[in-house]
Design a protein around this ligand. Structure first.
Ligand SMILES: [Zn+2]
Length: 153
């Protein structure tokens, strides 16, 4: 992972989401989580991972329990109800983020978007003014709608 502190600042959020995602699927423990994160391209020391797990637990997003494995205690983490709630909220925000940041770069996405816009303008041409579908969701996230930004894609 990047040693740049500013880059780390962003990636730490991704890491917390990864942890939350896996802990929502099944109970996981530090070493397993570290290995999982390596697969995603994040290499972080135990000195970083464990404090992150503890913070998430203190904030009420994870709950831990200890289990005796081959004569040694291992701490397992599971997402709490609050953790799952945050994960759901994050999913929606990720979709927004991907839609903007990734789609802008990706040829395949751009094609999908062009087709979507074409069918949208066809709809707009044939149907009565119905401009409430997406803006209401965007508003719920506190974002400006595309028309408010004066940029309709
Ligand atoms: Zn993962």
């Amino acid at each position: 992972m990047s040693d740049n502190p500013i880059a780390r600042h962003f990636f730490n959020g991704f890491i917390r989401l990864h942890i939350l995602y896996h802990a929502a699927k099944e109970a996981t423990f530090g070493a397993e989580m570290a290995e999982e994160l390596v697969h995603h391209g994040y290499r972080l020391s135990q000195g970083t991972l464990y404090p992150t797990l503890h913070v998430l637990e203190r904030q009420g997003f994870l709950r831990s329990h200890r289990k005796l494995i081959h004569g040694r205690w291992r701490t397992y983490y599971r997402a709490t109800r609050d953790g799952r709630k945050v994960l759901d909220e994050a999913r929606q925000k990720l979709q927004e983020l991907v839609a903007e940041v990734i789609e802008d770069q990706d040829q395949g996405f751009q094609k999908i978007r062009r087709n979507r816009n074409r069918s949208r303008s066809l709809q707009a041409a044939t149907a009565a003014p119905a401009r409430t579908a997406r803006p209401s969701r965007a508003k719920a996230h506190g974002y400006k709608t595309e028309s408010q930004r004066g940029r309709v894609r």
